[in-house]
Write a protein that binds this ligand. Sequence first.
Ligand code: RIB
Ligand code: CA
Length: 309
Amino acid sequence: MARKVILDVDPGIDDAVAMCMAMFDPRLEVVAVTATAGNVSADQATRNVQAIVEQLDPPRWPRIGEAREPDQGRPVNSRHLFGGDGLGNSFFQVAELHNRHPSDKVICDEIRAAPDEVTLIALGPLTNIASAFRRDPEVVSLVGQIHIMGGALACGDVTPAAEFNMYCDAEAARNVLRSPTTKTLIPLDVTRQIVMTYDQLDELPDETTAVGRLLRSILPHAFRSYRMNLGLEGIHLNDAVALVAALHPELFQTETMAGDVETSGELTTGATIFDRRPAPEWRGNIDVAIDVDVAGVIDAIIRGLSKTS
Ligand code: RIB
Ligand code: CA
């Protein structure tokens, strides 16, 4: 039976790539895609989720959750990498969505409908997940696993200390990391090792397929912006790597750690802090990916995208 997953995303080009993989993977039943603010505003994130689903027209349409701005969010975005609309300035048209439901309510509904069966794959700030746990505290004990793209052991991206998803809503990130749930963290230290190069575009589905058309609409912008802003001849697909970690855990080495999130440091807000003292006093609360089969993951991403046609 297909594994039930909820994708919580802030599309974002790398979120979009993960959505392409997940919604056509026969091993997964994407019961919902819930939008969260981050790379783009809450409203734009919701529009982007709907636009991607409409462009892809997957075999099974997921429920769509509507994002809201975080209570204590920070005014950052990723337009320098993903463009003004978050999807390479594709500015996809979207049909008006009727009976929209808030993302946190959709998360609670779907977890209650399948206790212990749903894997939450968090690819954006953790606003919705923390909000879902506040909205319905029993959901904490009913959710299956939580896979989180976020955090950093060595150095951040949005600041020297913090990774973007943790930084955007550090309070939410702290609450989720402190929750008594089964969590796996795929940090920048691992996701940054995977770089898609321009020549690998040729290995992706062509424009006769919906996925091929979407990827060719959004990825060229990412290649240009990564070169201009980061001096990189290729792009990071952080969220696609996190999805592969849920599908192919054998490609990752993890270590159980005791982690928390700084919420008030002048220089360190959003930093993920781990107690790795010789005699740690914090209790282990999360499995953290510390090494990865780079070639295996890039192959899994390209194969995952190629299976969609
Ligand atoms: O730091 C990278 C993460 O922040 C990715 O999920 C990217 O999409 C942004 O959300
Ligand atoms: Ca993301």
